[in-house]
Design a protein around this ligand. Structure first.
Ligand SMILES: C[S@@+](CC[C@H](N)C(=O)[O-])C[C@H]1O[C@@H](n2cnc3c(N)ncnc32)[C@H](O)[C@@H]1O
Length: 261
C-alpha cells in the first residue's frame, strides 16, 4: 500500500475529528461557554495571517469570515474592505464581534449559512472540528469569487489542556494543516502554502478559570489533583492580574487558492 496515494484523506480527516468527539465529548455549546475566555486568550497574540492577507485587501473588495469567533479578524478587516460578512454559530462569540456599518453577521454554522458571494473567503482555526471537510470546503469555493484562505495549526495545540492530555498519554490528535493539504489535493485543488512560526500563550482570568477550562476540555480524562497542581506550577500571574501559560512557539500555515469553477 502506498502511504500517501492509497489513503482516503477525507475519511482519515473524519476519523480524526470523530475520535476527538469520543475523547472529550462533542457539544454544540463548546464555544458559547468559552467565548469570553477565548477573546481574553487572543488578546495580544501574534497573528501573522493578517499581515499575510495584506496584498488582497482593498476598499473595493468583500470578504466572508467563516467561523469568525469573537471577531478578532473582522475588527481589523472592516476598515480595510468594502463589506465583511461574519458567519458565526455561537451566540456568545457573536456578542463580542464589534459592530460596523459595513459588517453583516450571520448567526448559524457555515453548513446552514446562505451568504451572498464575496471576493475573499477566510476560515481561520475552524476546521479542526468539522467532520465533513469536503462539503465545507466546496461551499467556501462556491462562495468565493477570487480566493479561499484556510488557516490551521500544523503542530499539537499548546493549550494547557492539550499538554496535560499529552503528558497523560490520552491525547487524541486534531487534524493538522498537512492533513488539510492532502484532502485538498484529493479534491483536485492545488493550493499555495505559506507557513508561520510564532510565539503562543494562553491567558486566563484566574487560576480557577484555567482549571475550569481544562476540566471542561478534557472531560473524563481530567485528573483534578494532578491537573490543578500542574496549572499552579506552570501558569504565571501577569501584571494585570490575569494568569498566563507560555506555550512556546507554534507553526501554523495558510492554504490558499483560486476557487475552481
Ligand atoms: C477557534 S475559534 C476561531 C475563531 C476565529 N476564526 C479566530 O481565528 O479567532 C473557532 C470558531 O469556529 C466556530 N465554528 C465551529 N464550527 C463551525 C461551523 N460549522 N461553521 C461556522 N463556524 C464554526 C466556533 O463557534 C468558533 O467561534
Amino acid at each position: 500500500m502506498d502511504p500517501v496515494l492509497d489513503v482516503d484523506w477525507a475519511a482519515h480527516w473524519r476519523a480524526l475529528v470523530e475520535a476527538r468527539w469520543r475523547g472529550a465529548g462533542h457539544q454544540e455549546s463548546f464555544w458559547d461557554r468559552r467565548a469570553r475566555r477565548y477573546a481574553l486568550s487572543m488578546r495580544g497574540q501574534v497573528d501573522p495571517f493578517l499581515e499575510f492577507l495584506e496584498p488582497w485587501l482593498a476598499p473595493t473588495r468583500t470578504l466572508i469570515d467563516v467561523g469568525a469567533g469573537s471577531g478578532r479578524h473582522v475588527a481589523r478587516l472592516t476598515p480595510r474592505l468594502d463589506w465583511v460578512t461574519a458567519v458565526e454559530p455561537s451566540p456568545g462569540m457573536r456578542e463580542l464581534i464589534p459592530p460596523s456599518h459595513n459588517l453583516t453577521v450571520i448567526g448559524c454554522t457555515w453548513e446552514e449559512a446562505e451568504p451572498a458571494p464575496a471576493d475573499l473567503v477566510i476560515c481561520v482555526h475552524v476546521l479542526y472540528a468539522v467532520a465533513d471537510v469536503v462539503s465545507f470546503v466546496e461551499k467556501m469555493e462556491r462562495a468565493a469569487r477570487e480566493r479561499v484562505f484556510v488557516v490551521l495549526r500544523d503542530e499539537p495545540h499548546r493549550h494547557p489542556a492539550a499538554l496535560l492530555a499529552a503528558m497523560a498519554g490520552v491525547e487524541t490528535r486534531e487534524p493538522r494543516l498537512r492533513d488539510a493539504f492532502l484532502v485538498l489535493r484529493q479534491m483536485g485543488i492545488a493550493p499555495d502554502l505559506a507557513m508561520f512560526t510564532y510565539p503562543v500563550f494562553h491567558r486566563f482570568e484566574s487560576l480557577e478559570a484555567a482549571v475550569d477550562d481544562c476540566r471542561e476540555r478534557l472531560g473524563e480524562r481530567w485528573d483534578e489533583s494532578r491537573g490543578r497542581a500542574w496549572l499552579e506550577a506552570n501558569l504565571r500571574r501577569d501584571e494585570d492580574g490575569t494568569w498566563v501559560h507560555d506555550g512556546g512557539s507554534m507553526t501554523s500555515g495558510v492554504l490558499h487558492w483560486q476557487p475552481r469553477r
